[in-house]
Ligand binder design. Structure first.
Ligand SMILES: [Fe+2]
Length: 312
């Protein structure tokens, strides 16, 4: 048929059924659009409360031990239809409890991970590739892809923290690997309280007070961006729509977040908010000094060249 000819408008009988039987679909009659002008996130802004999670984890101690479970944790599942796992598009977060005397066994996996310590006493640590890395409240400890890691609490206080991982990204990329340590608990070969994998809470606070926003661990995890954000009372920080997906945790004081689609919400220490891409938001300080840790997939968007394509 020449380009000027008018095609026959009558679709031969059985044409579409025949396509379907061959796993073909007509691109001129898509059931739903597959491209759109600007990002259209599937996930929604959502909030999780530390107080709720802590009470539930305390209750779970009666019937879940680290012996039974890989980890005693509560996953923050974004509340959209049919979702059973991600907190936002590329990241998952979970509150975890390790009781005094408990050890969460060692394993390694292709997903990158970090933990933000909320409450812990002395003698709580993570073992990363054989190195004992102590943890304290406010610390962020990295376990990059394929590093062995397990957790122990040899102190007298329960240890609560939040795990952040890029598991949803790794699942989408179909590059998941996971392995249990052959000795269950990896033996310790050295002790590094000042390991480069540990970002101490006091240093994060100092940086946030000096600079307002501190990028840290920029070379630590290839897929996850980390910032400590400080904010004074009545100070306000506004962010336009952006391409990255963000999880903010309050680590000091309290803040008021105003988020497109969600509205206004006040957050206190340990609370987490998910802000999917393309949602403008504002953070306002409610205490003399408040601090947040921002966990994002920004390095992924930067590495792939999607970050600067278009702004809102
Ligand atoms: Fe892990």
């Amino acid at each position: 048929m020449s380009e000027s000819a008018t095609p026959d408008q009558v679709v031969p009988e059985g044409f579409f059924d025949s396509l379907e039987a061959r796993a073909l679909s007509p691109g001129w009659a898509k059931k739903v659009p597959q491209m759109w002008p600007v990002p259209r996130p599937r996930f929604v802004p959502a909030v999780w409360r530390y107080a709720d999670a802590r009470a539930a984890l305390d209750a779970a101690c009666a019937f879940v031990s680290p012996e039974q479970a890989e980890r005693r944790n509560l996953i923050m599942v974004n509340p959209i239809a049919d979702n059973i796992y991600p907190t936002c598009r590329n990241l998952v977060a979970a509150y975890q409890l390790v009781l005094p005397g408990e050890t969460a066994r060692s394993h390694r996996h292709s997903p990158n991970a970090l933990r933000l310590i909320l409450d812990a006493g002395a003698d709580t640590f993570t073992i990363v590739n054989g190195v004992q890395v102590d943890v304290a409240p406010g610390d962020v400890v990295l376990t990059p892809s394929w590093h062995w890691h397990g957790h122990s609490n040899f102190g007298s206080e329960p240890a609560f923290w939040i795990d952040f991982l890029d598991v949803p990204l790794v699942q989408n990329l179909e590059c998941m690997y996971f392995e249990d340590h052959p000795q269950r608990n990896e033996p310790m070969v050295s002790h590094e309280p000042d390991s480069p994998l540990r970002h101490k809470g006091v240093e994060l606070e100092r940086g946030a007070r000096d600079a307002g926003t501190l990028d840290f661990a920029s070379a630590g995890l290839k897929t996850i961006g980390l910032q400590a954000v400080g904010i004074e009372r009545a100070q306000s920080r506004s962010h336009d729509k952006r391409i990255d997906n963000n999880l903010y945790t309050v680590t000091r004081g309290s803040v008021r977040m105003t988020v497109e689609e969600l509205g206004v919400v006040d957050l206190v220490r340990g609370d987490v908010i998910a802000i999917p891409c393309w949602h403008a938001f504002t953070i306002e300080g409610l205490d003399d000094w408040s601090q947040l840790i921002r966990v994002s997939d920004e390095p992924v968007m930067t590495a792939l060249g999607f970050r600067e394509l278009k702004s809102a």
